[in-house]
Design a protein around this ligand. Structure first.
Ligand code: 3PG
Length: 410
């Protein structure tokens, strides 16, 4: 145990103990019904909860971010977790107030409580250093109730937020089964990676551009294929007229600085970035594929086009390893899921190491083929990408520091 950099759930006795478990069940939500569309991330935490059958378990998690239309309460998440674990999970409409704390105090062995969306608490969305996060109200209020903090939210391991890095400052902390599995698998795979292609889509433009910059600067990526809103940013940076709704979306999600950033990357690494040749829009209720020099100026881009799919998948044949993160289009709408589905299906058939990451794209991977065809399906999107940039994951650092700090208490 002394040689380990951080401890895991097997290393400590959690029987009868009260534990705070940070999970990541941030999930795609149907915009109309507001129902959770996919339970992959819930199932991935099952082993951790099974190991904690004889503990008092308090669950803390986030769903989306303030301002997004899928920023909702975790009540539904508690019900979904209960359904998957086949055990009662009680949702509490509180994070660290009197009601939550009184409930925790009255818990019995075997109980599971699921707290409200931790990002309803404003300090949670600030990314600051671990020491500062360790002094936040949430950490100070909840700390006295717990024997251990268990970090199982690999998908949020790249965030330096109170519920990730703050608690390990105050409570002896260990990794859960999922966190452990992700780190170990990725460390092993990374050692064997060469000639690696990255396919980056989705809407998290700032995160993705930062990752692209690192991957190219430290020569981890042989090529980067961009899709989704990330691709629109690069198309705009290349001078293509992508239309007002698409430019507005980039500004709404992030800011125009990202377009400037993309321009800089293109200037330095032009031949390493592959952008779409065509895109799909909606016309009279139908999908229509349009070359990028003919994008109607009043239409939303909803997917990469058919020609792009053919071009990208053909180029994939040259890689020895491929990492995919983020959907290529609005995959919730069937006619715009073609790009995402075709890319993940092709990756599964490649004679190369394949890693698929992030909630949305994993759902597509599941729909398109069996999971067995990939070397690793990661629950992480941004966290997975950060792992490959060689930047330290704040959650992992926090676990390592906690082991040093609480030596005598484990
Ligand atoms: C994710 O889905 O990548 C994680 O839940 C982190 O979410 P965030 O990007 O909103 O911090």
């Amino acid at each position: 145990m002394q040689d380990k950099e951080y401890l895991n759930i097997e290393d400590v006795n959690t029987v009868g103990k009260t534990v705070l478990v940070r999970i990541d069940v941030n999930s795609p939500i149907d915009p109309a019904s507001k129902r959770i569309l996919d339970d992959n991330r819930f199932r991935s935490h099952k082993q951790t909860f099974n190991k904690l059958r004889n503990s008092k378990v308090v669950v803390i998690a986030h769903q989306s971010r303030p301002g997004r239309n899928d920023f909702t309460t975790t009540e539904q998440h508690a019900n979904k977790l209960s359904e998957i674990l086949q055990r009662p999970v009680e949702y509490i409409d509180d994070i660290f107030g009197t009601r939550a704390r009184q409930k925790i105090q009255k818990m019995e062995t075997g109980d599971i409580i699921f707290l409200e969306n931790v990002r309803f608490y404003s300090e949670e969305v600030l990314q600051r250093d671990p020491q500062t996060q360790g002094e936040t109200i949430i950490v100070n209020k909840l700390t006295p109730y717990f024997d251990y903090f268990i970090m199982d939210a690999f998908a949020a391991a790249h965030r330096s937020q109170p519920s990730i890095v703050g608690f390990p400052q105050k409570i002896p902390s260990i990794s859960g089964c999922l966190m452990e599995k992700e780190i170990k698998t990725l460390q092993k795979i990374k050692k064997e990676f060469k000639n690696t292609y990255f396919v980056l889509g989705g809407v998290k433009i700032k995160d993705s551009i930062d990752v692209i910059n690192h991957l190219l600067e430290n020569k981890t990526a042989e090529k980067i294929f961009v899709t989704g809103v990330v691709a629109n940013t690069f198309l705009k940076a290349k001078g293509h007229k992508i239309g007002k709704p698409n430019t507005d979306l980039i500004k709404e999600i992030s800011d125009t600085k990202q377009i400037q950033q993309a321009k800089k990357i293109l200037k330095k690494h032009k031949n390493k970035i592959e952008t779409p040749k065509d895109v799909a829009i909606e016309q009279n209720g139908q999908r229509k594929d349009i070359p990028i020099n003919k994008i109607p100026q009043n239409k939303m881009i909803q997917d990469i086009g058919i020609e792009t799919i053919a071009d990208f998948t053909d180029k994939f044949k040259n890689c020895q390893a491929i990492v995919m993160n983020g959907p290529a289009g609005v995959f919730e709408k069937q006619k715009f899921a073609i790009g995402t589905n075709e890319l993940v299906r092709t990756a599964a058939e490649l004679n190369a190491y394949t890693i698929i990451g992030g909630g949305h794209i994993c759902t597509a991977a599941e729909d398109a083929c069996t999971k067995k065809q990939y070397d690793h399906i990661s629950t992480g999107g941004g966290a997975l990408m950060q792992f490959f940039t060689n930047k330290k994951l704040p959650a992992l650092q926090a676990l390592k520091n906690s082991k040093q700090k609480f030596k005598t208490k484990y």
